[in-house]
Ligand binder design. Structure first.
Ligand code: 26Q
Length: 743
């Protein structure tokens, strides 16, 4: 416990100050006691174009070990720190990949591993979402309205990044990451001409579709050049201009391919400024960089037009081309066939494959869950796997229990303290010893968290949740492969059955959704509108609305997630098998004592392995079945044979709902029955899995009738969640990939 800080808080004069001033001054007080360490020796660096940090205040107080004390001290002065929940999230990321980066930084500091992060300080984070007539309306996320007392601008460490057509100044802002050690997240802010400033204005709006390519290339290079320039300069200052020992001191982790240009920049810098030969620079890079893949969706694999890159970054484009020619020489020595060389090539015709560059140069390449890592080897990079089998690794994702249990569910944490002693906070494996038959207090905690969630939703969205209902939640980015549309159909099925008296003894149920759709993703926006129309119908029907409720909350973000994961009974994780690399929301729900209703995809598979099939609700086609089905699948045949499926699907076009003439619903219907663009009809196999999904949801509902038995299943999930701590993930990276040690 930091007694000096607590004394400062006691001495703090809050009187007559508005809440923003209080927030800033109290945060600044805390910052005085946070000193980033600069340990000598080997460090790892996380290079990510996204960090979804959420709110810093409560988390940092927790990490400083003063949260509860500070809360008491300040409340005596009339300062309620829960009021600081008005502060905007630092939402400098789109979804899973950005939140994972935040969890990893938290765990590295929490476990005292030397890991720093590099990223971009966007002026506006992920857009804010409102619903207007059930449709998503976006506005800029001005996240700095409360200031940013948790960052320090490092004026004297700025550097210039050169593009062919302009120079941009990269100014570092350091965000300390507090734990057993204090690490640093360094975010670069672009300054200079109006055009230069644009680089940092917005987070790239898509998490899969393409938009504003040139700007994106600029962002990627800006981050890469600023980070590499700095690391190289620091190294030279210490060890001189020979880079022979660079890889001994540095391990650089590429969070997907978004910063792969740092490989090219590294080689460019060494060859041009320090007289290192190309072959040697490439070799050092090969011992320095590693690459994590987060998706096997073809449309989300970055490929850049060579000519486009050459226009603004001629030297970087040339380095990629030269990497290609070195690689080809290497592959010929290995007797690769022409086809094999084509498959592994960095330069693919006129396009650069960033993933192939990352795989070729990366010392290690990892997927983010066991199944995903297998698919990365088997389907995505089969040739590279043949020639470089030792490169390929798996590190299953994790989440930080500090934010995702201790902070968001203090009631459950206190219960665990009581049952297990607080030792579990340091040693998650102790959760295994929980007596899961002892459910009474857990049931009370869950009820309390649901009540708090209901209050929050009422305040935030103006909707009153059904009392005592089962809460099913599907919260995540809106994407077809995640199949929110399948949940929509399942709800309609249940609704019609209730209305027609076919479903007896149904326990009141709330279906909770939260999701943002990429701004250019028409179908995703259509699904939001459709769900909101379903909500309107279902919630307005006096015949059923004491039993079934649909709520789509607005502006789902990290802070909303903290409320939802704690107050949910059933976590919906229903992606088409083979498409969700891992998922991490699934882990947050599990840790907070929700059962999973989901498919055998991503980390769900490992969740089931740990928590038991009998404690969760698994349905749907496996990865193998989906692969077998791919050539023969005929959704229209299912429609012609299954009247239940047809009925709900028809609501897209039969006038049950209106999309206000926007064409959303017809487009969705077409995507399922005709196919569109490059996809076959029902590309994500919704009709294959829908009947089993409905059965699984109804089984959950029946099982819930036995409160104690159901709570025991929920507790079994908490009890087996230790594996999904990002402390474990980070320890695996440290050992298998980074070769770094704890303090
Ligand atoms: C693609 C092309 C051009 C520019 C950008 C992109 C782009 C941007 C963002 C591609 C992908 C992303 C984000 C991917 C992502 O968030 N993936 C998720 O990563 C999580 C952490 O590993 C996993 O748990 C999820 O399963 C995965 O979907």
């Amino acid at each position: 416990m930091n007694t000096k800080l607590l004394q400062d808080l006691k001495d703090y004069d809050a009187a007559g100050k508005d809440i923003k001033t209080q927030y800033t001054e109290i945060s600044e007080l805390c910052m005085k006691y946070i000193t980033p360490e600069r340990r000598e020796g080997r460090r790892a660096y996380y290079l990510s174009i996204e960090y979804l940090m959420g709110r810093m205040f409560h988390n940092n107080l927790l990490e400083l070990g003063v949260l509860e004390e500070a809360e008491k001290i300040l409340s005596e002065k009339g300062v309620k720190i829960s009021d600081f929940e008005e502060v905007e999230d630092a939402a400098l990321g789109n979804g899973g990949l950005g939140r994972l980066a935040a969890c990893f930084l938290d765990s590295a500091a929490g476990c005292a591993y030397p890991l720093d992060g590099y990223g971009i300080r966007y002026k506006y984070g992920l857009f804010k979402q409102k619903f207007e007539n059930g449709e998503q309306a976006e506005s800029a996320d001005d996240w700095l309205t409360w200031g940013d007392p948790w960052s320090v601008r490092r004026e004297n460490e700025k550097r210039v990044v050169h593009f062919a057509d302009m120079d941009v100044t990269a100014v570092p802002y350091d965000m300390p990451i507090v734990g057993k050690s204090v690490n640093t997240l360094r975010l670069f802010y672009a300054e200079g001409s109006e055009q230069a400033q644009k680089i940092c204005e917005y987070l790239y709006p898509a998490d899969d579709t393409e938009e504003g390519k040139l700007l994106r290339i600029r962002q990627e290079y800006f981050l890469s050049a600023a980070a590499i320039g700095e690391l190289a300069e620091r190294y030279v200052r210490k060890y001189g201009r020979s880079f022979n020992r660079f890889s001994e001191y540095h391990s650089l982790q590429l969070n997907d391919t978004h910063a792969v240009m740092s490989v090219a920049e590294f080689i460019r810098l060494l060859t041009k400024d320090y007289g290192v030969s190309f072959a040697r620079a490439l070799d050092i890079a090969k011992h320095t960089f590693n690459y994590t893949n987060h998706t096997i969706l073809p449309e989300a694999l970055e490929c850049w037009d060579y000519a486009l890159m050459e226009k603004i970054l001629p030297e970087i484009a040339a380095v990629f081309k030269k990497i290609q020619s070195y690689a080809v020489r290497e592959w010929k020595r290995k007797n690769c066939t022409k086809e094999e060389i084509a498959a592994m090539s960095v330069l693919q015709g006129r396009r650069l494959s960033m993933a192939n560059a990352a795989v070729y140069v990366g010392e290690k390449v990892n997927g983010v869950a066991a199944i995903h890592s297998e698919l990365v080897k088997r389907n995505l990079f089969p040739v590279a796997y043949k020639y470089y089998p030792d490169k390929f690794q798996n590190v299953t994702n994790g989440i930080t229990q500090r934010r995702w249990l201790m902070l968001c569910n203090r009631e459950l944490s206190a219960l665990l303290d009581k049952k297990l002693t607080p030792a579990w906070r340091e040693d998650m494996a102790r959760l295994e010893t929980l007596d899961t038959t002892d459910t009474a207090e857990f049931i009370a905690v869950k009820a309390e968290k649901k009540k708090q969630l209901a209050e929050y939703i009422l305040r935030h969205d103006g909707v009153k949740l059904l009392d005592g209902a089962i809460v099913y939640a599907q919260v995540k980015r809106l994407h077809e492969y995640k199949r929110q549309l399948m949940t929509a159909f399942a709800i309609l099925r249940i609704y019609y059955d209730l209305k027609e008296g076919k479903l007896k003894d149904f326990h009141p149920s709330v279906f909770l959704f939260g999701a943002k759709a990429a701004s250019g993703y028409f179908r995703a926006k259509g699904i939001i509108k459709y769900l909101n129309e379903i909500a309107r119908l279902v919630n307005g029907d006096e015949q059923t609305n004491k039993l079934l409720q649909v709520v789509f909350v607005q502006n789902y973000n990290v802070s909303y997630a903290e409320k939802i994961v704690a107050g949910t009974d059933v976590s919906l994780q229903v992606s088409t098998a083979g498409f969700e690399a891992s998922g991490t929301g699934n882990m947050k729900f599990m840790l907070n004592g929700a059962v999973t209703c989901g498919t055998m995809d991503g980390a769900n598979i490992e969740i089931i392995e740990h928590a038991g099939k009998e404690n969760n609700y698994i349905f749907g086609a496996s990865v193998e079945e989906i692969e077998r089905l791919k050539d023969t699948y005929d959704p229209n045949e299912i429609l012609s044979q299954n009247a239940d499926v047809k009925r709900v699907c028809d609501t897209l076009t039969d006038g049950t709902f209106s999309d206000g003439g926007k064409g959303y619903f017809k487009e969705l219907h077409d995507s399922l029955t005709v196919g569109a663009h490059w996809h076959k009809p029902d590309h994500y196999f919704i009709f294959r899995d829908l009947p089993e999904y409905v059965d699984a949801l109804i089984k959950v509902n029946r099982d819930y009738g036995d409160k104690a038995a159901f709570a025991q299943k929920q507790l079994e999930n908490t009890a087996h969640a230790a594996f999904f701590s990002s402390d474990r993930s980070i320890a695996e990276y440290a050992e298998k990939i980074w070769n770094i040690v704890k303090k």
